[in-house]
Design a protein around this ligand. Sequence first.
Ligand code: CUA
Length: 315
Amino acid sequence: MATSLVSSCSGSHSTLDPAGPEAAKVAQLFYVMLAGGAVIWIGLVSVFIYAARKKHQHTEENAGRVILWGGAIIPSVILCALLSYGMWLMPAIRPWVPDDQSVRRIEVTGEQFWWRVRYLDEADGIMFETANEVRIPIGEPAHFSLKAADVIHSFWVPSLGGKMDMIPGRTNPLTLTADREGTYRGVCAEFCGESHALMAFTVRAVSPADHEAWLAERSASDPQDAEGLAVFLNNGCGACHAISGTAANGRIGPDLTAFGERGTLAAGTLPHTAEDIARFVAHPGEIKPGVKMPHFGMLPEDDIKKIAAFLKELR
Ligand code: CUA
């Protein structure tokens, strides 16, 4: 039964299927806590059974000793040991990065209900911005600066480590390391409004060489579909969304540069198809209640289709 319980927790979204050293320590802590809790539970149940069955046989002194050891001293010692172990493990789960160390950081800002992702250089200058998908190189620590634009959100990639709150007005650091390639699902772990449950993202871990190539490529965007771009701009989409290399430079909504390369739509809510993009553009509030984007269902259907086709192919 234990196997079936644990096997349901595997995959790209599981604390018990760690893909890096920080997550491995979280899983280790879970198993040690489980074992400690099991010993305390077995001890207490044994004391109850002993008390119930031997009620008429043992002396009061004997019973007192059993209750003292089984019900108080041994559980207390185990709890203290578990607490010490957890505190000892803390630095490995939350590696601390000194502020003065010039490292590249990825700034992620939680917004209702999506993730603004900025790649920063060593001097904390913005290299480029994207949304809802994060890329990191494997085998080296990725340093995140976590922020919130409106309410409290929480950044959690179960396969890569523990969660970290994103609090308006604060920057919380978090370091995660992936030691194998893969796409790991992340979620918002703090209730933040109507579409909290529709606020997911992915972390794609690739080789360091692929990551560097991707970073270099990202600085430029080259939209091929001139007609689609014109429809996008004429309908005012560029007032909220930015696409590097075009006149669209809005900063309110998610940056759509290279949008066609993304795996999902609307922060992990929909598959990345032209039909779903059109559906979202027309009625975002029906798909994602509470979203700030106004609906564009009043546009001619042909315009919506052109915008969707343009975004789907945008590299
Ligand atoms: Cu953001 Cu819950």
